[in-house]
Design a protein around this ligand. Structure first.
Ligand code: 4NP
Length: 157
C-alpha cells in the first residue's frame, strides 16, 4: 500500500529572488538530499524585477565554491497560490516577513517566519548582499547553512 503522507513544503523568500532565497533553496535542497529526505522546496521574491533570471553570479560563485549548484534556478515573484500551497514560508529579513504578511490571507500567517529563527547565529536576519562585496555573499552562505541545518533538525524531530 502506498503511503499518503503529504510531502512537507518549504518556500524561501527574499526581495529579489536572485541572491539570498535561491541560495537558501539550493543549500537546503542539497543538505536534504544528502540526508535522503524529500521535501518540496522553492524560492521566490516579494518584488518581481528579475523574473526568469538565474541567480546573481556572485551568489552562484560563492555557493559553487562550497559545492552547491544554483545555476538552474530561475527567479520568480511570490504568488497568492504560494500562501495556500506551502507549509513553511521563510523570509530572509524582517521586511520580507512584513511584505509577505501584508499579502497573505490571515489564516496562513502562522506559516510565515524569519528563516534565521532556525539558526544558532547572532543574527536575526540574512543581510541583503546585493550592493556589497564578496564578504557579504560569504556571510549570507554561512547564515543559510546554519539555518538549513536547524530547519532540517526541526523538520525531522
Ligand atoms: P535578494 O537581493 O533579495 O537577496 O535577491 C537583491 C536582489 C536585487 C535587488 C535587491 C536585493 N535589487 O534591488 O535589484
Amino acid at each position: 500500500m502506498s503511503e499518503n503522507k503529504p510531502v512537507t513544503s518549504v518556500l524561501f523568500v527574499c526581495l529579489g529572488n536572485i541572491c539570498r532565497s535561491p541560495t537558501a533553496e539550493g543549500v537546503f535542497a542539497h543538505k536534504a538530499k544528502d540526508l535522503g529526505l524529500n521535501f518540496k522546496i522553492d524560492s521566490a521574491g516579494t518584488a518581481g524585477y528579475h523574473d526568469g533570471a538565474a541567480p546573481d553570479k556572485r551568489s552562484q560563485d560563492v555557493a559553487k565554491a562550497r559545492g552547491y549548484n544554483l545555476s538552474r534556478l530561475k527567479c520568480r515573484k511570490v504568488t497568492e497560490q504560494d500562501f495556500h500551497e506551502f507549509d513553511y514560508i521563510l523570509g530572509m529579513d524582517a521586511a520580507n516577513v512584513r511584505d509577505l504578511k501584508r499579502k497573505c490571507p490571515e489564516e496562513h500567517h502562522a506559516k510565515i517566519q524569519l528563516f534565521l529563527d532556525y539558526a544558532n547565529a547572532e543574527f536575526d536576519e540574512v543581510p541583503d548582499p546585493y550592493y556589497g562585496g564578496k564578504r557579504g555573499f560569504e556571510l549570507v552562505l554561512d547564515l543559510i547553512e546554519d539555518a538549513s541545518d536547524g530547519l532540517l533538525k526541526s523538520l525531522t524531530k
